[in-house]
Design a protein around this ligand. Structure first.
Ligand SMILES: Nc1ncnc2c1ncn2[C@@H]1O[C@H](COP(=O)(O)OP(=O)(O)O)[C@@H](O)[C@H]1O
Ligand SMILES: [Mg+2]
Length: 738
């Protein structure tokens, strides 16, 4: 190892550590992105943060402590990263157990350098004993596995240790449930018959001890159940949220938010079922292993009666399953429709109020509520039947069985003691419960199947990219090329883009104009990789856009739309938007560039002013300038403004436009605007019509040769034309011009 003469500074040490990890990841064909590395400020990234960073890129990673002897045995099929004490790192190339040395590489050294041999003594001076193991994941990862009931069950099953403890606890509890009946039997038969106080005392002590045990065991079992529940819950909801974020944007555009929310919330049902009813019924069934033999030993005839009656109950419940479920299904569908009215009304409240649509919305809600209530009543009515039928049978099982026992005792004297009869009754009650529970379980299963279907319909949609870590992450300069790009939105026949070909040199400004619906936003969407199933080629710096890593591409762009969502938080937080390593200074610089500084400083708390949901305390122009600052903060090479200034008042628009050339310095700009005056500075302007490129040239050239552009320009800037005579009524002028 090239041990440096002087200690490396903290930055240099970190650099070496990151280089080592990146080299190890590259060995598995994964390019890590330093922007994704998150760690608390004020110190170097802890190993846990490094591990998360690597894992999020789709590799397997673990930080472990090792002794030198273990290091010698590491099968270095892939590079292993040694974390050194000074914060830097070394790469383990190979180990040589025969000679008791390891071969290390300095990550900062050129790759042509040979590894250096290091023995235990020398290594112990610099190495803390920590290593990062990094491997490729071969099998299907949890992340990509399709969502299904079995998948969820798999998550539950992974809690092996807890499940085993629960099983043991249930078994012990079942044994303990035998205690009270046995005590009753003994008390009745021995204590009362022979009047033995010493037996009573013994029975009493036994009883108390058993009670204590039962209490503790029950406590432990419940605790285990909710621990498993909470862990499974956390895992499932993390998974679902991650998967949802990976879905393509057009999925969300096609589906109503209320519908998606409802469907995803169904996962609660699945989890509740698995960790609640299913778990308790299963555990109760464990008790059957103990209880059924005992009742057969006590009284076989009564035991058979109990089993048959429990079976009858199960049959009744199952017979009603189908119809009840269908009725419940109809009710759920009505309930979904009802909730979508609520969500829609909440989202569109401004419009509802502005257009005084309250009565209509109330009517709609009334109607949906009425049909939901009606279906709910129908379903409940149907579900009431099996309950009603089962009631007398259950009653007989718990109490009537005494009569049967008495009958047996009378017809065959001596075959059954009173104590035994009472004991039997107590135990048989516990046998019937889980058997009936099993039948109910089938019922729940149906419901859960519906819930699984709902969740699947969202989560199992194809994600934006199959492997989020795949793809190139080249340095972006901003040269754009469209080559015969065709695109139609899913489910439409007309092409939104039709043979679009143009190119934009790096660092220049492109304006996009055309009538509404001509495909301007579609071009912006393709650039962001929102839709990747277009025909033709789209190249960024000569790289096919489809080959780029999607997250990397999006992070490298600055995008401002007509409507921009500001998150709840301070102005500073909104501008930084969670990007790591950025500070208030960066936020101020971006705000200045976006012409936002002036109004932020006038806000009561400046950059710390709180923005509520929907940012009611900001005007449209202010919101827009914040969005521009947010897009600018990481200094993107390529910026896309899609009608970013269209909704602004003239003053704010003028302010943004005045800054546009400053913003554009050093980057490629794609600016969609229907106000041509804001595009005159552009190096080229692309005129689109019905998805086709009509012309592309600078403003002055277009004015000369492109009729559509000239007409648009004249429409908007009639007052600038020397030929326009002021004072003439507008319509007459328009006719005269045509
Ligand atoms: N999500 C979508 N689904 C289906 N068709 C769409 C969608 N978005 C846009 N379109 C259609 O694609 C065409 C181009 O739309 P767009 O690029 O948004 O136009 P512009 O931004 O120029 O107004 C239009 O005909 C529009 O109806
Ligand atoms: Mg548009």
């Amino acid at each position: 190892m090239n041990a440096p003469a002087t200690l490396p500074g903290p930055d240099e040490a970190l650099e070496s550590r990151l280089l080592a990890i990146e080299a190890a990841a590259r060995f598995h064909n994964v390019e890590l992105d330093r922007d994704e590395l998150r760690y608390p400020a004020g110190g170097p990234p802890p190993p846990a943060a490094l591990v998360t960073w690597i894992r999020d890129s789709g590799l397997w990673a673990r930080a472990v402590r090792m002794r030198f002897a273990q290091l010698l045995k590491v099968e270095a099929a892939a590079p292993v990263v040694l974390l050194l004490r000074d914060g830097s790192a070394a790469i383990l190339a190979t180990a040589d157990p025969a000679r008791n040395i390891v071969w290390l590489k300095d990550p900062r050294a050129p790759s042509s350098d040979m590894p250096v041999a290091v023995d235990e003594l020398r290594l112990s001076q610099v190495w803390s004993g920590e290593v990062l193991l990094i491997r490729a994941i071969r099998e299907i990862t949890d992340e990509n596995a399709p969502f299904s009931f079995l998948w969820v069950w798999g998550v539950v099953r992974k809690e092996t240790r807890l499940l085993r403890d629960m099983f043991i606890g249930s078994f012990a509890l079942a044994l303990l449930t035998l205690v009270p009946p046995l005590i009753v039997m003994t008390t009745l038969d021995r204590v009362l018959t022979y009047r033995s106080t010493s037996t009573l005392a013994l029975v009493g002590i036994f009883f108390i001890v058993a009670l204590l045990y039962e209490t503790i065991l029950n406590y432990a079992r419940r605790k285990l159940t909710y621990i498993v529940g909470a862990r499974v819950d956390a895992k499932i909801s993390l998974h679902i949220f991650k998967r949802m974020l990976r879905l393509p944007l057009d999925f969300f555009e096609r589906q109503q938010a209320g519908e998606i929310t409802y469907r995803l919330q169904q996962v609660n049902k699945i989890r509740e079922f698995l960790t609640g009813r299913l778990m308790t019924t299963m555990l109760d069934c464990v008790a059957l292993l103990v209880l059924i033999p005992v009742i057969f030993i006590l009284q076989p005839t009564l035991a058979w009666v109990t089993i048959v009656l429990a079976g009858l109950v199960a049959l009744i419940i199952m017979a009603f399953l189908g119809p009840v479920n269908r009725a419940v299904g109809r009710w759920i569908a009505a309930e979904t429709q009802k909730s979508s009215v609520l969500v829609e009304t909440l989202h569109g409240m401004r419009t509802v109020k502005a257009l005084a649509l309250e009565p209509q919305q109330r009517d709609l809600w009334d109607r949906r509520t009425a049909s939901s209530v009606k279906l709910k009543l129908e379903a409940s009515e149907l579900a009431n039947w099996p309950q009603t039928l089962v009631n007398p049978i259950e009653g007989f099982m718990s109490r009537g069985i005494v009569l049967l026992g008495a009958l047996i005792a009378v017809t065959a004297p001596g075959s059954i003691d009173p104590g035994m009869l009472i004991g039997f009754m107590m135990i048989s009650g516990r046998v019937a419960q889980p058997l009936i529970g099993l039948a109910r379980l089938m019922d729940d299963m149906q419901e859960v199947r519906v819930a699984v279907g709902f969740v699947q319909s969202v989560i199992n949609q194809p994600p934006e990219s199959a492997n989020p870590s795949a793809g190139l992450r080249p340095r972006i300069e901003g040269e754009l090329q469209f080559n015969a790009v065709n695109y139609s939105y899913p489910g439409t026949k007309t092409r939104a883009l039709d043979g679009v070909t143009f190119s934009v040199p790096a660092g220049t400004m492109l304006g996009l104009v055309g009538k509404s619906g001509s495909g301007k936003s579609t071009i912006a969407r393709l650039l962001q990789g929102i839709t990747r199933d277009y025909e033709g080629f789209l190249k960024l710096d000569g790289n096919d856009l489809r080959e780029l890593n999607l997250a990397y591409l999006r992070r490298s762009l600055g995008v401002v739309l007509q409507e921009n969502f500001l998150f709840r938080g301070t102005i500073r937080e909104n501008i930084i938007a969670g990007r790591p390593g950025l500070t208030l200074t960066d936020a101020v610089r971006a705000a200045r560039l976006a012409a936002a500084e002036e109004f932020i400083e006038r806000m009561p708390n400046g950059y710390e002013t709180w923005i509520e949901e929907g940012s009611p305390n900001l005007s449209g122009g202010q919101r827009q300038r914040l969005a521009i600052a947010r897009a600018l903060i990481h200094d993107p090479r390529l910026m896309i403004l899609d009608e970013a200034t269209s909704a602004l008042d003239p003053e704010s628009e003028a302010m943004v436009n005045a800054n546009l050339t400053r913003i554009a310095k050093g980057r490629t700009m794609v600016i969609v605007s229907h106000r041509l005056t804001s595009l005159t500075e552009c190096d080229q302007i692309l005129v689109l019509e019905k998805g086709k490129v009509l012309d592309i040239a600078p403003h002055s050239v277009l004015l000369d040769r492109c009729t559509v552009y000239r007409q648009l320009w004249l429409q908007q800037n009639r007052h600038l034309e020397p030929s326009s005579r002021h004072g003439m009524p507008g319509p007459v002028l328009a006719q005269g011009d045509d």
